[in-house]
Design a protein around this ligand. Structure first.
Ligand code: GLC
Length: 533
């Protein structure tokens, strides 16, 4: 078959949080050789591409999102040679490997920042964003760190504040400085030349700030009791028009190599998000679409409206993508409950566009409550109760002590349910979330309608129902999701007379159905291959 689509359009991406996937040396922290040991599993599951959260040398103030060297591997995770080996073994299996580029900020221990803070006239000074104190000695403006507290810290040696939109140990780079741009582009080239297939780019919509750094206005929606850092609208410290020129340059770097992909981390509403495809599709290939994660209410009406809005807003040729979870968000099974999470998985894997799966969601892993003395996430430390440790706990492989993740003491506590919720158990249970995910991935791979076909909503009169048709060539696949608490019987004969059940989130239903009376249980989803006339 001639490739009418790029791999990153038809493939399924799986996010690995390296600290928590597989430990190979008993230190309680996952590593690269560990990931390599689990490639068999990922291949069995039906994953085509893995994205690794940062594995670069780092003081780990934000667990790798504070990079101290953009072109090496932290010894905690392994060596450059071990990364090469992982990449080559993944490639042998036809799997791609994406790394996580963190260009908005570096660690304060990066040699660039160490030099920059050494004196006001150091050549690296302008690689970061420095301002004099306000007249009262306080920070230069009212911007707030996403983790809590001011976005500025005073450097006592040089008497100026530096900007950090996240932790004080994550100093924002000055993207108005061409030398910064070149340095990061060179890091991209370093990895591309080593065979890395692409990058997920951290907080790409924050890269450049308003040139005058004006105060942010108050957010009228904010209420006391909500995290303090949400008090202001982020009007001037993100989503500035100049960001698109930078992204265009990054895209040109990627385009120096064959068929690489850039995925941008962007939390914006759809109409703003789609600008990140670039005016001529010269932006990122996939601006991450987190709208299923941030959706206020999870119901058929809201989801249908979201999908239709997104489909309408995409620029011509812009390829959609969907996400249900990541290392910054409460787990989908905790947000929605286990039954609804099964429907959500069916939705993710049957909508039009590239899906990204978060490790462990294929098991229905849930948020793990972390006792306050064990909280390690910088956001959880600065904003108690809003930490991200719960969704970052070790992968649950089996029922042995350490869950098959480690022989040592895991860096975050294991979920108490790991003896029953684990890969080994679920591989043997045809009703499990893992079996469902595996089956949906198999179906998706085999079906052009699902992995590249068109999308059309199917109208129904049932308010709790979301139905859509995926189509490619003569192949038609109908997806019906009953998000309501009562069973329904539907007439979908407008789509065709008969079909064959290809997947069900509920009891393993199979066989032929006549579409004038399709029955669904409460909270059940079905995938039906429409019979050709
Ligand atoms: C992104 C990452 C998050 C990190 C932040 C700062 O949002 O996903 O984990 O804390 O950027 O790098």
């Amino acid at each position: 078959m001639k490739a009418s689509h790029h791999w990153w359009q038809t493939d399924v991406v799986y996010q690995i949080y390296p600290r928590s996937f597989q430990d190979s040396n008993g230190d309680g922290i996952g590593d690269l050789p560990g990931i390599r040991q689990r490639l068999d599993y990922l291949q069995w599951l039906g994953i085509d591409a893995i994205w690794l959260s940062p594995i670069f040398p780092s003081p780990m103030a934000d667990f790798g999102y504070d990079v101290a060297n953009y072109v090496d591997v932290d010894p905690m995770f392994g060596t450059l040679a071990e990364l090469d080996q992982l990449v080559s073994e993944a490639h042998q299996r036809g799997m791609r490997v994406l790394l996580d580029l963190v260009p908005n900020h570096s660690s304060d221990e990066h040699p660039w920042f160490v030099a920059a803070r050494s004196s006001r006239d150091n050549p690296y000074r302008d690689w970061y964003i420095w301002r004099d104190p306000a007249p009262d000695g306080g920070p230069p403006n009212n911007w707030l760190s996403h983790f809590g507290g001011p976005a500025w810290s005073l450097d006592p040696t040089t008497g100026q504040y530096y900007l950090h939109l996240f932790d004080p140990k994550q100093a924002d780079l000055n993207w108005r400085n061409p030398a910064v741009r070149q340095a990061i582009y060179d890091a991209m080239r370093f990895w591309f030349a080593r065979g890395i297939d692409g990058f997920r780019i951290d907080v790409i919509w924050m890269l450049i700030k308003h040139p005058d750094l004006p105060d942010n206005p108050p957010d009228p929606q904010w209420k006391p009791g909500q995290p303090e850092q949400h008090r202001l609208l982020r009007r001037h410290d993100q989503h500035q028009p100049e960001v698109h020129a930078i992204i265009r340059e990054m895209r040109m770097v990627a385009d120096e190599y064959q068929d690489r992909v850039l995925i941008g981390e962007i939390y914006l509403p759809i109409d703003d998000l789609v600008a990140y495809y670039g005016e001529n599709l010269d932006g990122v290939h996939l601006p991450f679409n987190f709208n299923l994660v941030t959706l206020g209410e999870w119901n058929a009406h809201a989801i249908r409206a979201l999908v239709e809005h997104y489909e309408r807003a995409l620029p011509p040729g812009g390829w959609p993508n969907w996400v249900l979870g990541n290392h910054d968000q409460p787990r989908v099974a905790s947000r929605l409950g286990q039954s609804m999470a099964r429907l959500a998985q069916m939705l993710l894997l049957t909508l039009r566009g590239t899906p990204t799966l978060y490790y462990g969601d294929e098991l229905g892993m849930e948020d793990v409550p972390i006792p306050s003395e064990l909280v390690v996430d910088p956001q959880g430390i600065r904003t108690p109760g809003h930490g991200r440790d719960p969704e970052r706990t070790p992968m649950q492989w089996d029922a042995t002590p350490g869950a098959g993740f480690t022989t040592g003491t895991p860096w975050l506590p294991l979920a108490v349910d790991y003896p029953s919720r684990n890969v080994t158990r679920q591989q043997d249970d045809p009703q499990s979330m893992l079996a469902l995910t595996h089956h949906l991935l198999e179906l998706r791979r085999a079906s052009a309608a699902l992995n590249r076909g068109s999308y059309a909503t199917v109208a129904t009169s049932e308010p709790d129902l979301f139905a859509y048709l995926r189509q490619a060539g003569g192949e038609q696949v109908l997806v019906i999701l009953n998000m309501g608490a009562t069973p329904v019987t539907l007439d979908l004969s407008s789509v065709g007379p008969t079909g064959t059940i290809a997947a069900s989130t509920g009891m393993q239903r199979t066989g032929h159905v006549t579409l004038d009376a399709v029955m669904l249980d409460a909270v059940e989803g079905l995938v039906i291959a429409i019979d050709e006339d």
